[in-house]
Design a protein around this ligand. Structure first.
Ligand code: MG
Length: 251
């Protein structure tokens, strides 16, 4: 009797399941996501030109629109042929706006007549959130320490290759930056900032992780300070380095 009951139950289950497959087969449209539609923008007409959603930080005309000196006063740098040029002793310049995550395009040029060697030749720098320096330096036939040359994250990450053009020629950096998240802000755990740098179209920093704000002396670490959104800062390192066509997209 017991055996008969088991056979009967098995038969019932088989009938119920017959013709069905588990899990049910998926259809293509079940994995299509339509809404909301991806935001439409207009890309730049040529590579390096700003897309429609970019903030223009310098278009070759007025430096005062978006930049100040370290004290919040008009910058002491000069405009020459559509470029803004560092003037020795006038100090860094910084954006009036503060940024978190972004995509940045910036073009730079070191003096056509090279003067000096090592770090003392066409030196400037792009400081992300005012904290982390992507080195600008004339490293065309000019050796320096590898973690301090053009495209290095100064004293933290060596560029993958030296993609420098000759002094006097315009060069590009395209920088993708993810700001740090400090525990207690929006996340439980601290996550360090990450940086990708493309130099003259060549990947030289591949999503590297930073260990702290840039220091000339000492080991960078996050116990030093916590920070929020910050400006872009361009360094005065006593050399007439020029910049042009600067735009940024907040991410
Ligand atoms: Mg520098």
């Amino acid at each position: 009797m017991k055996k008969l009951l088991i056979v009967f139950n098995t038969l019932i289950i088989s009938v119920l399941c017959f013709g069905q497959q588990y899990p049910a087969p998926m259809k293509a449209d079940m994995t299509e996501i339509w809404d909301p539609e991806v935001r439409i923008i207009q890309p730049g007409e040529l590579p390096g030109m700003p897309p429609s959603d970019a903030i223009i930080l310098f278009d070759g005309t007025d430096i005062n629109n978006e930049w100040t000196d370290a004290s919040g006063n008009p910058p002491g740098w000069i405009i020459e042929n559509g470029a803004m040029v560092c003037v020795k002793g006038k100090g860094e310049i910084r954006t009036k706006r503060n940024f978190n995550d972004f995509q940045l395009h910036i073009e730079w040029r070191t003096p056509a007549e090279p003067v000096g060697t090592n770090q003392d030749r066409g030196n400037s720098g792009v400081f992300l959130q005012g904290q982390y320096e992507v080195q600008v330096l004339d490293n065309y036939n000019n050796r320096t320490y590898r973690n301090g040359q053009a495209g290095s994250i100064y004293k933290q990450h060596v560029p993958l290759v030296n993609a420098c053009r000759k002094p006097g020629e315009w060069q590009t950096y395209d920088i993708i930056y993810t700001a740090p998240r400090f525990a207690g802000d929006s996340t439980v755990y601290f996550t360090p900032p990450r940086v990708t740098v493309i130099h003259n179209g060549v990947l030289i920093q591949n999503n590297v992780s930073l260990r702290g704000p840039t220091l000339y002396e000492g080991i960078p670490e996050y116990s030093v300070r916590k920070h929020g959104a910050g400006p872009l800062m361009l360094q005065d390192h006593n050399h007439p380095v020029a910049y042009r066509n600067i735009w940024i997209r907040e991410l």
